[in-house]
Design a binder for this molecule. Sequence first.
Ligand code: CO
Length: 152
Amino acid sequence: MKILSVSLLCLGLLGATGVSQAAGNCTISLKGDDAMKFDLKTATVSAACSSITVELTHAGKLPAAAMGHNVVISATKDMDAIARDGIKAGVANNYVTKGDARVIAATTLVGGGEKIKVSFPGKKLTAGGDYTFFCSFPGHSMLMKGKLTVTK
Ligand code: CO
């Protein structure tokens, strides 16, 4: 009986940990650098978050004109087209087409030493969906991209 109680307690603790992690996954925090890389290849957020915040820190030294970074979130299947159209939209639009319905969220462009963040409602994501975060600066999405896992 004592063993059973301990097991139940452990399950209870595991359950509590799972819940607190889900509730905490409302922020995506990325670092970009002068080597055209994000520090993360994957990130996880919860679709239950009333608001999800995307934070980007450019830890490099190069200016935005040479090594600009942003974070765009979209369905994985839309990434290439968004990046292509973003090049046409140009630097004045942070390499994101204005009003592009395929873009779930996008920060503006930053250069070395700068930070930016943007928030969007978790309900714009579907748990289990196939999403990607990437930088839409011309040529960067080849390397600067990662999988965004969305939990309930
Ligand atoms: Co970039």
